[in-house]
Design a protein around this ligand. Sequence first.
Ligand SMILES: [Mg+2]
Length: 390
Amino acid sequence: MRTIMHVDMDAFFAAVEVLDNPEYAGKPLIIGGYKDSPRGVVSTASYEARKFGVRSAMPLRQAALLCPQGIFIPGRMHRYQEVSHQVHSIFPEFSPVVEPLSIDEAFLDMTGCEHFYSSLEEMGTCLKQRIREETGLTASVGIAPNKFLAKLASDWRKPDGLFVLRPHEVEGFLRDLPVSKLWGVGKKSEEVLHKHGLYYVRDILPHSLTWLQERLGAAMGAQVFNLARGLDDRPVEPWTDVQSVSNEITFPEDQDSFDFLRQQLAKMSEKVGWRLRRQGLYARTVSIKVRFGDFRTITRSHTLEHSFNDDDTIFQEALHLLQQVKLKPVRLLGVGVSNLSEGAQLSLFDAGSGGSASKLTEVMDAINRKYSHGTITRGRTLPQSDTPEH
Ligand SMILES: [Mg+2]
């Protein structure tokens, strides 16, 4: 039996702004852009702003209508990264097995560390106190036998929450949750479950694994079957000494359509970008790897002046490299980034250049984090039938 702790900072960007600008305390604060910015979306809303119905990923204009008295600011990614590093540097004091999940979240495997504390509640309280001492900010903590349950638990008493879920309490805790709380259940699977009259986790329990798999597909059916029972055996995976992040795909048949390869590059660029951002890393070099039908393999790379972690830069650079390769039927294609660092050399939130692309990425990441990666993707990853050949 594992003991997993999930830590999630409360309204992180907004909380950092209040920390640095005490005059914002207790006010509805909306990070993402100015009120009249035509294309922006909300990145984070303070709890006061959430009372007006303002949510992450909502267009700023809509937020301004819901909460006209709100304080709208573009945000300072550099500063959030800085505080994020402070927070993440506390976790190794508690466990050697830490998986950073995002700029303000992590899983800690606390298995075997239980006896250092008088109770699991004390364990959670200690971490919350350390974060508060070190940063002045509040976090919510969930402690449970696995990652899925720990993440639900940290959300349960937010903000400044602490919730411990013990094995014998799991069944009762899950019963009355809506099916959408199960990881991976997005709009499509939810619709299928609703169609069969399954609205709450308890409604899933009477159905067999096969019954669920027939309706949701093999993988999703099994996941829903297990998660409904509170079963999740994924280990906490620490990111250590990452030198590069890459993704590659071997095609079942050799491919010679440039459009198809471009589409694959776009998909892989999103995956690589997502993994970079998930680890709070930036890269300076993009590489591609191409294996031809005759098994000859080449790599090409390009290093930029500035660091980046957005899908667009990765994709554009990879595409540029691919365009310079004399194409023959391709068996394998890969995209990678290297020259990694923990700090950005450009601000994601600076008004003007590149701001909205980064905000889009931020919102896509938020959605993908919630519903599993790939839920939302850019149009260029889809087949384009009438794009002219390059
Ligand atoms: Mg958070």
